[in-house]
Design a binder for this molecule. Structure first.
Ligand SMILES: CSCCC(=O)C(=O)COP(=O)(O)O
Ligand SMILES: [Mg+2]
Length: 261
């Protein structure tokens, strides 16, 4: 087995979800399919609720920012009160969600709605999160060795807690010291990693970030965070340059913690 030595200054391991702890196939075929199949009915059922109105309002603001993009789907401002107007509005939101998902956009607005929609499916036991088999044993081992373990995903913190609270391994929320999402900043922006370090109360070079996406790895590295790129079945391929440049792991078992941890 290839081993990657974790630098002695690392005290925090920061984990991405999709493509790192969890197969992309689970996210696409289960989580995202659920949204596509249920978004219209969800909006029709929950439209009058405060939480749903906040989600729609955030999506509308995002749609305004996106108006210059090719194929962007606008969401009209609430106007009349007729049933036809309501159905048109709901259809615009549905179309906007489908458009954003077709591009795998990671906007806070889309992720917030998705998190709220998954709540019913997870709490009813209709969905259980899948992890690569090495993930949970490794996280337990890291924690036993004194490491802090955090999650940083584009999925909302609320969604992250649903994922780790309802998994094929049971409720494993206790394994994590905290959760970050795009409210702290996008994963492709270096500043997000500085803010995460501030929030944890450590230096950026105390963090090792594991992700499948090299744009995220590059942003983290620019902030002086240690990174390793996770290569899993179903992940996007890497270029030869990326393979040479980044430390790669195919399993969390390949990480070797410093002796004092
Ligand atoms: C709670 S994560 C659900 C998956 C998701 O919505 C997503 O965008 C995954 O992004 P990641 O940053 O974990 O690659
Ligand atoms: Mg990922």
């Amino acid at each position: 087995m290839v081993v990657l030595s974790v630098p002695a200054e690392v005290t925090v391991i920061l984990l991405d979800i999709e493509g790192t702890t969890t197969p992309i196939a689970f996210v696409k075929d289960t989580l995202f399919s659920y949204i596509k199949e249920n978004v219209k009915e969800y909006l029709q059922t929950h439209w009058e609720e405060e939480e749903c109105q906040q989600d729609v309002s955030l999506l509308r603001k995002q749609a305004e920012k996106d108006s210059h993009l090719d194929g962007a789907v606008p969401i009209p401002a609430a106007s009349g009160s007729g049933a036809d107007d309501l159905q048109q509005m709901i259809q615009a939101v549905v179309d906007n969600v489908f458009w954003q998902m077709s591009l795998d956009r990671k906007t806070t607005a889309l992720k917030q709605l998705q998190g709220h929609m998954w709540r019913a499916a997870f709490t009813a036991g209709h969905m259980k999160t899948e992890f690569f088999e090495d993930v949970v044993p490794a996280v337990r081992k890291w924690r036993d060795a004194g490491m802090k373990v955090y999650i940083y995903s584009s999925g909302s913190v609320e969604a992250q807690k649903l994922l780790f609270g309802h998994s094929t391994e049971g409720n494993i929320l206790e394994l994590f010291d905290g959760y970050f999402d795009t409210n702290i900043g996008y994963k492709v922006e270096s500043e997000s990693y500085r803010k995460i370090a501030d929030s944890i109360g450590c230096s950026t070079n105390n963090i090792l970030f594991l992700t499948d996406v090299t744009l995220e790895a590059s942003a983290a590295e620019e902030a002086d965070v240690h990174v390793a790129v996770v290569v899993r079945p179903g992940n996007a391929g890497l270029t030869d340059d990326e393979k040479t440049y980044y430390s790669l792991i195919t399993s969390f078992r390949e990480l070797c913690l410093p002796a004092s941890s």
